[in-house]
Design a protein around this ligand. Structure first.
Ligand code: LLP
Length: 421
């Protein structure tokens, strides 16, 4: 459930007409609903509690939507943060999320990033390979600290909505094998600067079938039992993110309650705390991208292009993953026409959808890309020297710009022409 609904002035976010925001802030613009973010986090947490999961660490995956205001909304509810770069750790800290609720993941953390995370006192560094373990140990020794590490294990299970976002097969770059995990865990336990605290997995994103998750989590349970059986200290099992969301009128994916029930069943009686790294399920349906129609270009042969002022640099998911986003006119209208919806960028990939049936639209009309709160603004770029779309947070009847659209002066000022040019 989300808080984007049609009202007397068209499509609105928590009752605030999106057209009003567009008039004030300009387009394209991302708009997020605080109530929806809070609801999604609460539903996820309460589902786990109901399934008997005690005191989980819910580390929201910052990569999905990393705006500091969004992080603060979630952090204030008790969310932790799953981060994959020093920048993301800094964002989480800036939002007031304490270090001991921050997980630091990723296959290629650099020395400086590891040092920063250790100094921030992160809850766990999810180590993805032996060379990385050695680097963490070396950095921790230099700093004279003991690094809390968890081993990210690749459970060799296929899952995820698209090949580019499946991570759980052994051919993917993520994590160590089960055999490696057991060996590295034991070695690390004897290292003066390492404190292995658990194991982690994340098998993919936009997963709409619980069975690969059940399979992976069952394997992870086996590993925890094996490590405990070897007398090793294990206090946390991190089960990652990946739960899918409905992007349109599709068969409903498993709900957080279904997911939590499965987790409760698989981990029942396991004497460790659980951690989760949900991103999309919290943020996707809490945001939209509002754009204005620039032209309707009809070809005599029949093609009809809706040229809008948002482009692949603002929302890359359709170009990158063939992702489907529902597109709704802000003002509902009867009738149906077929459009290719395209942005102004000079490449054919800048196509949001082909042959989409939409109500008749004209220059100046506003449309919203639904479910754009996750991996939307966070993946945006300035390709074609287009300013990053601003972000707006709505809270009941008020709203605020939470990231300004940069000015052209700001954008150009980052380039430096050497005096020898
Ligand atoms: N934890 C780890 C280690 C991850 O790599 C990811 C996502 C998550 C958690 C959060 O997964 P979620 O709950 O959001 O599925 N850009 C793509 C999605 C990439 C996901 C990458 N990893 C998209 O737009 O669909």
């Amino acid at each position: 459930m989300n808080h984007f609904e049609y009202g007397p002035e068209g499509l609105a976010c928590e009752g605030v007409p999106l057209a009003r925001i567009a008039a004030q802030v300009g387009t394209p613009v991302y708009v997020y609903s605080r109530a929806t973010l809070e609801r999604h986090f609460t539903v996820f947490r309460d589902a786990l509690t109901a399934a008997g999961v005690v005191d989980p660490l819910i580390a929201y995956a910052v990569k999905a939507n990393s705006n500091v205001a969004v992080l603060k909304v979630l952090g204030d509810l008790g969310a932790g943060a799953d981060t994959v770069s020093e920048g993301e750790v800094r964002r989480a800290l800036a939002a007031g999320i304490p270090g001991d609720r921050i997980v630091f993941s990723g296959v290629g953390k650099k020395r400086g990033e590891i040092a920063f995370a250790l100094q921030a006192g992160v809850a766990e560094i999810n180590v993805e390979s032996e060379p990385e373990l050695n680097l963490v140990a070396a950095v921790a020794a230099e700093l004279g600290v003991k690094a809390k590490v968890a081993f990210r294990v690749n459970p060799d299970v296929a899952a995820g909505g698209h090949a580019k976002i499946a991570t759980g097969k052994s051919e993917n770059k993520f994590g160590v094998s089960f055999a490696e995990a057991a060996r590295l865990y034991a070695n690390a336990s004897n290292h003066a600067n390492l404190e292995p605290i658990g194991v982690a997995c994340h098998i993919g994103s936009q997963i709409t079938d619980l069975s690969p998750m059940r399979q992976a989590f069952t394997k992870m349970r086996g590993l925890v039992e094996q490590l405990l059986g070897e007398g090793l200290h294990v206090e946390r099992l991190d089960l990652g993110g990946g739960l899918g969301v409905p992007y349109f009128d599709m068969p409903a994916p498993p709900s957080p309650a279904d997911f939590a029930a499965m987790v409760g069943e698989v981990t029942q009686g396991l004497p460790v705390k659980l951690a989760f790294e949900p991103g999309r399920v919290i943020a996707a349906n809490a945001g939209v991208l509002v754009s204005e129609v620039i032209h309707v270009h009809e070809r005599p042969e029949g093609k009809r292009f809706l040229v809008i002022d948002a482009a692949m640099n603002d929302l890359i998911r359709p170009a990158m993953y063939d992702a489907f986003h529902d597109i709704r006119p802000l003002i509902p209208r009867a009738g149906e026409m077929t459009y290719d919806v395209v942005g102004p960028i000079c490449e054919t990939g800048d196509t949001f959808t082909r042959d989409r049936a939409l109500p008749p639209l004209a220059s100046g009309d506003l449309v919203a890309f639904m479910s754009a709160g996750a991996y939307g603004a966070a993946m945006a770029s300035e390709y074609n020297t287009r300013p990053l779309a601003p972000e707006v947070l709505v809270d009941a009847c008020k709203f605020a710009v939470i990231r300004e659209r940069p000015t052209y002066e700001e954008m150009l000022s980052r380039d430096v022409v050497p005096d020898w040019v």
